[in-house]
Design a protein around this ligand. Sequence first.
Ligand code: AP5
Length: 217
Amino acid sequence: MEGIRLVFLGPPGAGKGTQADYLKEQYGIEKISTGDILREAVRNGTKLGKLAASYMEKGELVPDDIILSLVKERISKLENFVLDGFPRTIIQAEGLDNILRELKKDLKAVIYFDIDDEKVIKRLTSRRVCPRCGAVYNLITNPPKNDEVCDYCGTALERRKDDNEATVRNRLQVYERDTLPLVDFYEKKGLLKKIDADRPPEEVLRSILGLLRNDIC
Ligand code: AP5
């Protein structure tokens, strides 16, 4: 497997994290999720976490320079990776180009998860996460076996602070304003591959694997 370097682009709740986890489990491709990195910093009460929390709770974006230095540090150590939730602005995308140029690496593809707003609002307001092992559930499409308790470690599941409807709606507006322009940015580079994300997770995975077939199978 050579140079599987992907960006997962799409609105909040499109299923980017779910698919990145599958690629990690099945093919060992590392996930770099800026959201996960920031949430861990918030949990640990670090300086970064305190700063990030003030943006995340409102559904606003954390400043570009902070995000770029987090990503740079991680990318430089990996050969294959999926960037989940990064880049989210044109400045971040240009920063990523510079980082990759310095490392003499390139992106294989940018997979664009296409789905309607109302569908993701439903998904996110019914998402539950395990604060201990990080497992992700959905009360409608992927419920835990026992009432709101993690199947793997038995911990009580939680709702992410930014998964209430008002914050989700703001996240969608921020996505449309700041992140959607990346569709055009990557289309012009010939990297964009659009998939229909409004299908069961296994079907979405099949589409992604179809795009990567010759590289990872
Ligand atoms: P982040 O954590 O990146 O959140 P997001 O992009 O809003 O994405 P989500 O994690 O909400 O959704 P997802 O697409 O991964 O969906 P998932 O697979 O979980 O960012 C959070 C915040 O951090 C931002 O608002 C910002 O403040 C900050 N931040 C992060 N990155 C940043 C950056 N680069 N720059 C600046 N700030 C940044 O699925 C969602 C639910 O649907 C789950 O319940 C799942 O089980 C279910 N599901 C998944 N797939 C399917 C399917 N196919 N069918 C049915 N249900 C499904």
